[in-house]
Design a protein around this ligand. Structure first.
Ligand SMILES: [Zn+2]
Length: 242
């Protein structure tokens, strides 16, 4: 099991760890990591690992999660089990994904609450992110208001609180506040909660901002009708609100 230290400290840019195993001279598992894996619609982190004994550098080009183990693809070859290393996250990329992820929670919950939409999927990107939802009555005009509402929550700079709680506690809190992320698989014993104060609590394993103000602003870029009740919304980040 990898200790995923980004879960409670999303602002960790550097960390020290031990190499637990290496596969094919290409994939490394550490005892703990701040590198976020490709998961839950949020893209993986990139960066580098420096071996402390000789300062040899290895690029991290992909990160994946298998059960509770996080595997980092690195190059060139050379890392060995037992090596002590320092990991350094490519912060520009990660921080952009944090802004996108917290923004996605804000806008997704606005359209859930205001339009009664049901979120069915999402994919975050550096420039554009996508949210899929089902909604019978698709009134495009209304999305101007939803964008405004989302930007109000951003402007109010609400705190984002992270916690890891038991499954039972999570189910209680979530059922009161949102229908999202219910029905965890039975093997899940603990759930990481992301709370945007006085707005929403969701089960989510992604990396988040400390407060909504850091999103700065969002813009809905495109709305698509994917047939039946399926809709798709693309949004972008903006660096200042009018
Ligand atoms: Zn999330």
């Amino acid at each position: 099991m990898t200790n995923a230290i980004y879960m409670l400290d999303c602002y960790l840019k550097e960390f020290e760890a031990n190499v637990e195993s290496v596969k094919d001279d290409k994939f490394v598992v550490l005892d703990k990591t701040a590198f976020y894996p490709n998961a839950g619609g949020q893209p993986y982190d990139t960066g580098k690992i420096i071996r402390l004994s000789d300062n040899a550098e290895f690029a991290i080009v992909y990160v994946a999660k298998f059960g509770d183990v996080i595997s980092h693809e690195f190059s060139p070859a050379g890392l060995k089990p037992g090596d002590k290393v320092k990991g350094i996250i490519d912060w520009d990329r990660r921080y952009r994904h944090m802004r996108m992820h917290t923004a996605a929670h804000v806008i997704a919950n606005v359209i859930e609450k205001e339009a009664g939409a049901k979120i069915t999927g999402n994919q975050l990107g550096l420039e554009t992110s996508r949210i899929d939802f089902s909604l019978e009555n698709f009134d495009r005009e209304k999305f101007v208001e939803y964008e405004k509402k989302a930007n109000e929550i951003i402007r109010e700079n609400r705190k984002v609180n992270l916690s890891i709680v038991s499954r039972e506690e999570a189910e209680q809190k979530l059922s009161r506040l949102t229908t999202l992320a219910k029905g965890f698989p039975p093997e899940i014993k603990e759930v990481r909660l992301v709370e945007i104060e006085n707005f929403t609590i969701e089960g989510c394993g992604g990396t988040h901002l400390a407060s909504t103000g850091e999103i700065k602003g969002i813009k809905i870029a495109k709305l698509e009708n994917k047939g039946k009740d399926n809709r798709r919304m693309y949004f972008e980040l903006v660096d200042s609100l009018l």
